[in-house]
Design a protein around this ligand. Structure first.
Ligand code: NAD
Length: 501
């Protein structure tokens, strides 16, 4: 049985019936699968039911996607494909409030944050890649041949075919569309497996695809978990040519193994343990404001967030005092309550992990400057998965808390005396995603920016994103780069044509 749309939404969360999130395959929501609960992290209540796709449903999704690539979608003109992508962006904006409500229900994040970041970027991703695909040339080389003549080489881009997209829960719509948009711009069909914690906006995007007239099978959604569930069925499927994944490094490693027998193309955006460096010559107010935002935005659940902040000794006390003031000014609470700036973490289980690190920090000798526990909240928020923003000093750089990704609103502040020492400690990590350096010395900005063993080095800023630039991680933080032409290169198969003239 096909369903034209999901359950209609009522105006307030209390009145709203539970969302029913079905698998979206071949342009329709289909019956089948095993139901599982989706929790609202701000209250701890169940707000939706999703249906876990079994192997047969994943097979069906791959068949539908294959058919789309071989059919109307694969033969569509570039102009029409771009117009459809632009229409998807328009439609996300027209249904902005529904996307906003769905994202907030799944994540519990403050209304303002989802309003300014998650949903607009979801739409922007489709516009950026609709443009990118139109404005990139391919290579041409004329060569001399042994007989004294010439040959002409030129490359053409073709789609890879069926692409599996596996996305995490921290920025659900933003990170999923970051991959879906370029994959579709290149003419692929996608099967998306959103996080089991946050499947609502991906499901809503299925409705949007049907509404704008996207051909059936171009965009498919399968729900479920990782091992022995929809995630693994997708990553090991012989009909899937490429996997693009954002999530934990350990999961990336499992996906790499599952994809190995069929040698799929892989693009991985993985975990981090990002360092920030504050030099004594920095604009201190800007550094405090910038790094407090970086450490605590989205309750610290941003892969780019600095969990280790190295501060030049003369400004240490001032920096710590400034960060403490900012952390204590954050207001935890329900997403739509006025003034709320700090949401919950994603789940009960994740809260347990974060609190485990809060405990470990004390055991490893930390001085807790602020936080370290659970905030005292009343009403519905009392059932939510909140933790206090937390700052530590006095931890050795070698402590586990300073080496392992916590993915919560917490940072360790560690002093340094020389630039070399700061660079060495920042780079002493198995991860290499991002760094944020604060200095007014121009030469040092360039020098230290380049010395960081990371995919993205910010200077006097953090999370400023030009979507045309390369994005990804060094070391165990990723494989490959996406963004602008880097995405187009990953999601397409170049064929070089060599013609003897
Ligand atoms: P996760 O790895 O637990 O899950 C991500 C996705 O992978 C989910 O959809 C999950 O169901 C799926 N999955 C899990 N096991 C799988 C398996 N064996 N096979 C196939 N799929 C599987 O990550 P998460 O907890 O959702 O997200 C947080 C992590 O993501 C953090 O480590 C964070 O640093 C990272 N992250 C990285 C970036 C980046 O751009 N580098 C961005 C955001 C988040």
């Amino acid at each position: 049985i096909a369903h034209a749309s999901q359950t209609a939404l009522a105006s307030t969360a209390a009145e709203r019936p539970k969302r029913i999130l079905r698998n979206f395959i071949g342009g329709k929501f289909i019956d089948g699968g095993t139901p599982f609960d989706i929790f609202d992290p701000a209250t701890g209540s169940v707000h939706a039911t999703a249906y876990e796709a079994d192997r047969a449903i994943v097979d069906e999704a791959v068949r539908a996607a294959r058919k789309a690539v071989e059919g109307e979608w694969g033969n569509m003109t570039l102009a029409k494909r771009r117009a459809l992508l632009t229409r998807v962006a328009d439609r996300i904006e027209e249904r902005f409030d529904e996307f906003l409500e769905a994202e907030i229900a799944d994540t519990g994040k403050p209304h303002d944050l989802a309003h300014h970041l998650d949903i607009p970027r979801g739409a922007a991703n489709f516009r950026v890649f609709a443009d990118a695909i139109a404005n990139l040339s391919t290579e041409t080389f004329e060569m001399d041949t042994p007989d004294g003549g010439k040959a002409l080489n030129y490359a053409v881009r073709k789609p890879l075919g069926v692409v599996g997209v596996i996305s995490p829960w921290n920025l659900p719509l933003l990170l999923m569309t970051w991959k879906v948009a370029p994959a579709l711009a290149c003419g692929n069909a996608v099967i998306v497996k959103p996080s089991e914690e946050t499947p609502s906006t991906t499901t809503l995007l299925g409705e949007v695809m049907a509404e704008v007239g996207m051909p059936d099978g171009v965009f498919n959604v399968i729900h479920g978990f990782g091992p022995d569930s929809a995630g693994e069925f997708l990553t090991s499927h012989p009909g899937v040519r490429a996997i693009t994944f954002t999530g934990e490094t350990r999961t990336g490693s499992a996906i790499m193994k599952a994809a190995a027998p069929t040698v799929k193309a892989l693009s991985f955006e993985l975990g981090g343990k990002n360092a920030a460096i504050v030099f004594a010559d920095a604009d201190m107010d800007a550094a405090v404001a910038g790094l407090a935002r970086a450490a605590f935005l989205n309750t610290g659940q941003v892969c780019l967030a600095p969990e280790r902040i190295y501060v030049e000794r003369p400004v240490l006390d001032r920096f710590v005092a400034g960060m403490k003031e900012k952390a204590e000014a954050l207001l935890p609470g329900l997403p739509n309550d006025p003034g709320v700036t700090l949401g919950p973490v994603i789940s009960e289980e994740h809260r347990g992990k974060v609190l485990g690190y809060y405990q470990l920090a004390v055991e490893e000798g930390a001085t807790v400057i602020t936080g370290g526990g659970i905030p005292d909240l009343a009403g519905d928020a009392a059932g939510g998965y909140f933790v206090q923003p937390t700052i530590w000093t006095g931890l050795p750089h070698e402590a586990r808390v300073c080496r392992e990704e916590i993915f919560g609103p917490a940072c360790a502040i560690i002093p340094f005396d020389t630039e070399e020492e700061a660079v060495r400690m920042a780079n002493d990590s198995e991860y290499g995603l991002a760094s944020s350096i604060w200095t007014t010395n121009l030469s040092r900005a360039h020098r230290v920016g380049k010395a960081m063993e990371v995919g993205i080095s910010w200077v006097n800023c953090w999370f400023l994103r030009d979507l045309r630039t390369p994005f990804g991680g060094a070391k165990m933080s990723g494989v490959g780069r996406e963004g602008g032409e880097h995405s187009i290169n990953f999601y397409s198969e170049p064929t070089n044509i060599c013609i003897k003239l």
